[in-house]
Design a protein around this ligand. Structure first.
Ligand SMILES: [Zn+2]
Length: 173
C-alpha cells in the first residue's frame, strides 16, 4: 500500500511539497483523494508569527483537474493553529498549502490556472462550453472573474528620449 500511496502522491501532488495522501476512493464518476499537509508550523497572515499549536482541523474539498474521464476532488484536511503572538487580534489561523490552495479557494491552483487560460483564449461563453467538455464545468461569470484576477503583465517603462538625443538622431537621418 505504501508504494501505491507514493505513486498517488506523485500523480496528484507532484508539484506540491509536504503533502501526504491518506486514502483514495474511486467511484464511477469521481476520484476522491484525502490528503494532509505535513508542515509543523503555519504563518499567521495577521502578524507573520509562526505557530505550531494546533487548535483543530477540518476537511476542505477543492475541485481539481479531471483525470481519466473522472472528476477529481481533493479532500484536504487543513489544520487550524492558535496564533503564538498574544497581542495579535487574529486568535487562530488556517494553514494554506502553497501550490495547491489559497484562502477561500474552491479550486486547486492548477484547475484555477487552467480555467483562467481557457477564459483568456475563448472568453466567457465559449470558454465555459469548452471547460464543460473537458470535465471542469464553470459558469461564464466565474471564468471571467478568474481572468480578471490574473496578475497584470509587466509593462515596459517607456524610454525617455532627451532633446539632445532627439536632435542627434534626426541629424543622422
Ligand atoms: Zn497572529
Amino acid at each position: 500500500m505504501d508504494e501505491v500511496r507514493r505513486q498517488l502522491e506523485e500523480l496528484l501532488f507532484s508539484s506540491v511539497e509536504d503533502v501526504v495522501v491518506k486514502s483514495v476512493e474511486v467511484t464511477e464518476t469521481v476520484v476522491r483523494g484525502e490528503a494532509q499537509s505535513t508542515v509543523r508550523l503555519a504563518a499567521c497572515p495577521g502578524c507573520g508569527c509562526r505557530s505550531g499549536r494546533i487548535h483543530g482541523s477540518y476537511l476542505r474539498f477543492p475541485r481539481d483537474l479531471p483525470a481519466a474521464g473522472k472528476f477529481v476532488v481533493v479532500a484536504l484536511r487543513v489544520r487550524r493553529f492558535v496564533c503564538a503572538e498574544e497581542s495579535c487580534p487574529r486568535r487562530t489561523l488556517v494553514e494554506q498549502v502553497p501550490g495547491l490552495t489559497r484562502r477561500f479557494g474552491r479550486r486547486t491552483e492548477r484547475l484555477r490556472s487552467t480555467l483562467a487560460s481557457v477564459g483568456l483564449a475563448l472568453a466567457g461563453r465559449a470558454g465555459a462550453r469548452m471547460a464543460a467538455i473537458f470535465g471542469a464545468p464553470v459558469s461564464r461569470n466565474t471564468l471571467l472573474r478568474l481572468v480578471t484576477s490574473l496578475p497584470e503583465p509587466p509593462i515596459a517603462a517607456p524610454r525617455v528620449v532627451g532633446v539632445d538625443e532627439y536632435a542627434q538622431r534626426r541629424g543622422r537621418i
